[in-house]
Design a protein around this ligand. Sequence first.
Ligand code: SF4
Length: 232
Amino acid sequence: MSLDVEHLIRRYGHLDGKELLAALIKGDLAGRVAVTSSFGAESAVLLDLVAEVDPATPVIFLDTNELFDETIEYRYQLERRLGLSNVVVVRPNEEELHLAEELWRDDPDRCCELRKVRPLARAVAGYEALVDGRKRAHGFEREHLATIENGGGVVKVSPLANWSAAAIEAYFVKRNLPRHPLVASNYRSIGCWPCTRPVDPGQPARAGRWAGKGKSECGIHTLSLGLDGAGI
Ligand code: SF4
């Protein structure tokens, strides 16, 4: 990785949201950055900010083959509404799908590795920085998230790290953004259908992910995606 993460943090660490995106996508990271999006419950906020800066920014959408139909439909809806012109769909290959089968039942870490981590690592190999929609308000491993971090071979940028649930909601209202269809059924963090449940009022948004499995992250944000030594 040729980008100097410490330099980026010193120069842009005080920014967030659209200001941070503009500074990086139009500036230091021009042509070297992609956005990753699940097109989930809160994704419209980051994608709207990205579209305002540059709708041709690459947006990587990881289709694990286990997504809700509603997520696939929502992806097309947001793409049209926001004018995103460079959504790249990434899928596991045949071998990974064969190996993954129904591993989500007994070995969700391995399932996530095959359906998410490996395909995404291949897709982002040409980028030096990845933008994501993580927020400290999600809790769990995200409580101490910074807006710019060294992701182990790639710079991780989280422009919404400081945003509260109320700020996200206010932005949806202000921009009249469409909601993921499952939000109306109390799904507040939406991934693959076997590992996503609705949450009760007052529960953290991500409490519905891998409920009862002792797992809170899929690995795409916590493992090195720089491919060095990844054997992918
Ligand atoms: S979220 Fe569940 S189904 Fe999706 S890749 Fe991970 S373990 Fe498999």
